[in-house]
Ligand binder design. Sequence first.
Ligand SMILES: Cc1ncc(COP(=O)(O)O)c(C=O)c1O
Length: 389
Amino acid sequence: MHTLLQSKPTERAVFLSNHFETRASHGGGTEGYQGAVSFPIFQTSTYQAGGEFSYSRCQNPTRKELEHTVASLEEGAYGFAFSSGLAAVSSVFSLLKAGDHVLISDDLYGGTYRLIREIWSGFGIRFTFADLREPERAEGLIRRETRLIFAETPTNPMMKVLPLARLASLAGDRGILFAVDNTFLTPYFQKPLTLGADIVVHSGTKFLSGHHDTVCGFAVTSSEELAKKLGMIGRTLGNAAAPFDSWLALRGIQTLPLRMEKHASNAHAAAVYLESHPRVEQVFYPGLPSHPSFELMKKQATGAGGVLSFLLKDDGVEKVLNGGKLIRFAESLGGTTSLITYPQTQTHASVPKDVRERIGITPRLLRLSLGLEHIEDLLEDLEQMLSRK
Ligand SMILES: Cc1ncc(COP(=O)(O)O)c(C=O)c1O
């Protein structure tokens, strides 16, 4: 039996508290598993017939608890946990059919771009990439077949901030679905469903899990109709999160509020430092007053997050990337330790060069994800990295 109720937050989770911190630390609030306070890992593929669960591709208690938790944090009614962020994005695209059209932000995670180019375009779905910061201009790109507007905000890696409420009404007025990738801010800082989005997606690999030790993804909605379809898609494609990964994500989420505060304060301090560094041309961080969408950011989110990008004035990127003693040169973001990433050859390698350069992903662009280290150590490391030429 796979009823929708399996993905709906329990009453206990909903009424436990209105405070985000309490809901994060208590998770989905399911009780009754031998009194275990840490929610158990149900490492089973199948279940004796006749109970709530039948087969773990379809549902698993640990995954269900995680889905309740993430839905509750996003203030949505139904959550779905997937094997990766891209599995979540792909499941949202699975709501479409050949002939449908999608309007999507031009600056977005390179893997999402590859997913579109290599897979979904081949199935007859059409995509228009556009700068969605100006919904009035984006409006002209809407077609009769447009079924979905998909936005990341802040965008990866240029940290553009898109106006969520305005995009939601642009979509809503025309019966178009509006989906938002909320990976960079998490519901701790931004809740797109409360601003009119229909679906929120996440790379749960990043801040939500938060420890660089698992890969997973999420979709959350408040629409029963969309939930029925997303549930069917997950069960049918078989791309749901495994029990152990679900457990790691559940454990990570318990400390999400504390971590997000620290990630954001470290990112802010690093952004201020980099902005005054003689080797740095420009810093892209929406928590800085110099960011063109600083005011919008403050309006639709309660924090600017733990990621920034910056542009070097010279070509000496290699020594900077490899020079960190604490800050490691690696893909990904949102974990306990700081990472520096080179979008051109890592996260955005599959985006064609001309598109990359139009967006601003040039050979001098670096992305930094601030971890939980002491800020003095991070600034010292940045200082010595930037002294290498
Ligand atoms: C904004 C964003 N969305 C989606 C993804 C894909 O997530 P995953 O790597 O968990 O598949 C990423 C990965 O970096 C990302 O940064």
